[in-house]
Design a binder for this molecule. Sequence first.
Ligand code: SF4
Ligand SMILES: [Zn+2]
Length: 467
Amino acid sequence: MFSDIPVDVSPMHEGERIRAANMYVELAGPKSIGAELVQVDESVEDGKYEVIGPELAEMTKGEIYPFCIKINIKGEKLEKELEGVIERRNHDLCNYVQGFMHLNQRDQIWCRVSTEAIDAGFKLVDLAKAIGILFKEEFPIIEEISVTILTQKEEVNDFVANAKEIYSLRDERARELSDEDVDVFYGCTMCQSFAPTHMCVVTPDRTALCGAINWFDCRASAKMDPDGSIFEIEKGEVLEDVKGEYANVNNIISQKTQGETEKVYLHSVFEYPHTSCGCFEAVAFYIPELDGIGIVNRDFGGETPLGIPFSSMAGQCSGGKQVEGFTGLSLEYMKSPKFLQADGAYERIVWLPSEVKQSLEGFIPEDIFDKIPTEEDATNISDVKSYLLEKNHPILERIDKLSDDVEDELHEEEPSEKVPIAEVTEPNQEFIPAASIPEMTMPISGGVKIIFKNAKIYAEKVIIKKK
Ligand code: SF4
Ligand SMILES: [Zn+2]
């Protein structure tokens, strides 16, 4: 089947990472532009695999090029509603191709080709052919398929602009419904290939954290293949309305994650936040010094006010871990009326990259919009705090309360000493939410030892007292 493709094509290559040292070229990604799009098309020419623009042999080693994957499909039982879910599989299927790495989704895709693949004679047209064959195998309802790879700058620009409009239409549709309107949510375990204990819960008000799958997409997918990686979850009993906790969601998540995650709050970063696989569009992170929440998206190249960039943040909460104070989310979820509603929604947001903030005009309440700083206003916690004070951000009430609480605790211990909040927090200190300790022995007087093995220590508040 893949005999005329010069590299191996198999799921065993899925985890392959192509680092700079053995990279021939990079395609799309943060330093260029690109997109992937699956569309049902009645006029598809089955088996047409082509490249419009330079082939790999015409590219310069070490360079970065614009890149799009256009997949047109046809089939009697194919519905337009399935496009989003089928498109999401492109990530896995491209990674079956040895020497080709595909990350992310939609207009966030980021790909690399290895030098070994080039040496073997691999071409982009081979990628197109492999994708075509794999999609037909994976989805028998696809009867005809064509795959076009674009690497020519103008073509790519036009294609990306059109793709973005199509993604927006899909997202807008999902906004018509809310969680209360439906009896079923959906679970997705597509990312368990690399995050074995991760399951996404997709509801009308919470699109999947990859940003590529909404409730309608899931409904179409589960209808097509009820035993597939997207499945129905009966909502069942509502345990915590505002936090978004459902008895049956907890049951299913526990089953599907081998008991790793037993409880999830869909609309909070605290206690039991939704777990994150790694393909989230953005991360929400708690800033204890301000008792507020910041958001950073994948495209943001700078450092957050915590002094770390998106990549470090992502490293702390990906892989299916449930890390209190962090949750991966889609940019679409930030437009949801239930966006982190249990935490105070936008009244709790104290920092956002400017690009994200602009895209949320009309969704962030008007009276708060100007009160949330971006990287243009503040780059460290101290500056964020000054900005919040200047603009009278609603978080100030919380900061005052936090300050009072700390003072109260200090008074209880040492009545004569008054320590202002500024002295108990270190403005530029990197926030490390969990100290992971493989093994540590803590000596205690009286001959008793406490041994911590693989312990994680969480601290909502650290009080340092003057002696
Ligand atoms: S991020 Fe979630 S919804 Fe998206 S493909 Fe992975 S498991 Fe499915
Ligand atoms: Zn994922």
